[in-house]
Design a protein around this ligand. Structure first.
Ligand SMILES: [Fe+2]
Ligand SMILES: [Fe+2]
Length: 402
């Protein structure tokens, strides 16, 4: 009789631990055909997983698509109410009458099987494959299996051990949310899916906040920052997020900026108090964790200093500062010169953008913030003989302003 494996879970997202457990299940329990079943979650509870049913289904499909004799089943997802295992097994027995269902359960689940909804119906319909994650609880699992046999009818169980892979979906979701690297924790295809998904979700939040013109600008900065990160060995995902979110409070009123400054008791120096062009960089850095769930200090700092720069910028800070000035929609005369320079030497481009901005502020009789002066002094040490005209000549660009 065909041994039909049943491997269920929330899979939010499907990670490498799931994958290893599934492979061990297929092999050790001698499964001929396997149904991987993302569990149904009522819509009002979906927020806790951060993913919709469709997204969990897609990630599970991507994670399993190269596994032979395995199919992802959306039966539980397609039902509106929470699915109990005994109901799923009833449907499986009716749909696959010639198969012997073998239900995968982890240690903790096995130890509480008697408390599940209608446990006798589960034992009547499926063989139980109990998998120990550590191998340390084998005696306990076997003892529990014997206890189940004494207290229920038709209990058919086997205890196995799966290779340990200590990772939780919560940990991955946190890393994903903060823009931290989690590529080693999920299958490659799931990783790509999640990386693409993230800006999509943020984009929807942004659309509600920004004018179409500003939205075009931040998308330009996002792409520019990603490309610079790729060229200069920085984290591309963090660069994308920083680019996308750097101007989130740009269209705030004075009251809205100062509500945030007061809420966070944010120290404002004299220049910052009156220089309204700088408010949005600082208020955005305060708003990122609250509204967008971004707590990564590198991203927050890059956003805070994207208008002025600062002394000794990290690559991500320099990338955002530069990308903001050179994204393709800016459309000023020397754009191509700065874009080319940024690809060649990130910090040199940041330096010359600083030089030009300071000259422009001076021309317009506007104050220059200390953060920018300090950035200038720091970069000047690194490029003592570099000038805009000199670089243009070297790169054979005609001389014009930013
Ligand atoms: Fe900005
Ligand atoms: Fe900007």
């Amino acid at each position: 009789m065909t041994r039909l494996g049943i491997f269920g879970g929330t899979f939010a997202p499907f990670h490498r631990g799931h994958r290893k457990a599934l492979e061990a299940f297929l092999k050790q329990a001698r499964i001929d055909r396997c149904l991987v079943i993302p569990s149904g979650i009522p819509p009002h509870k979906q927020k806790t997983t951060m993913f919709t049913n469709a997204q969990r289904l897609e990630m599970t499909r991507l994670a399993c698509k190269d596994l032979p004799h395995t199919e992802v089943c959306d039966w539980e997802l397609s039902r509106r109410e929470k699915s109990y295992t005994c109901n799923t097994l009833k449907w499986i027995c009716e749909t696959y009458p010639d198969c012997r269902p073998v239900l995968y359960v982890g240690s903790d689940m096995f130890l509480t099987l008697q408390d599940w909804y209608c446990p006798q119906e589960i034992f009547d319909r499926a063989e139980i494959a109990a998998f120990s994650r550590t191998g340390e609880d084998l005696t306990e699992l076997k003892a529990h299996g014997e206890w189940l046999k004494q207290n229920f009818n038709h209990v058919d169980y086997t205890v196995y051990t799966e290779p340990p892979f200590p990772v939780s979906s919560t940990e991955i979701r946190e890393k994903w949310e903060k823009g931290e690297d989690f590529s080693h924790l999920v299958p490659a295809e799931v990783y790509r899916y999640l990386v693409d998904l993230r800006p999509t979700q943020l984009y929807e939040q942004l659309e509600a906040r920004l004018s179409p013109k500003r939205l075009t600008h931040v998308l330009g900065v996002m792409e520019e920052a990603e490309e610079l990160a790729l060229l200069h060995g920085a984290d591309t995902e963090k660069a994308r997020i920083a680019g996308l979110l750097h101007d989130i409070t740009k269209e705030f009123t004075r009251e809205e900026h100062f509500r945030l400054f007061e809420q966070y008791n944010y120290p404002l120096d004299e220049n910052l108090k009156t220089n309204k062009n700088l408010w949005h960089a600082h208020s955005a850095s305060l708003d990122l964790p609250e509204t967008f769930g971004i707590t990564d200090p590198e991203i927050i700092s890059a956003v805070r200093y994207h208008t002025t720069g600062k002394a000794d910028m990290t690559p991500l800070e320099a990338i955002l500062f530069t990308a903001d000035a050179i994204e393709p929609n800016r459309g000023y005369d020397d754009l191509e010169f700065y874009r080319q320079l940024a690809r060649e030497d990130l910090y040199k481009a940041a330096y010359l953008i600083t030089v030009w901005t300071m000259e422009d502020l001076k021309r317009r009789n506007l104050p220059c913030h200390r953060d920018m002066t300090e950035s200038y002094e720091f970069l000047k040490q690194r490029f003592p003989h570099v000038t805009i005209d000199g670089e243009k000549q070297r790169m054979k660009h005609p001389t014009k302003g930013l």
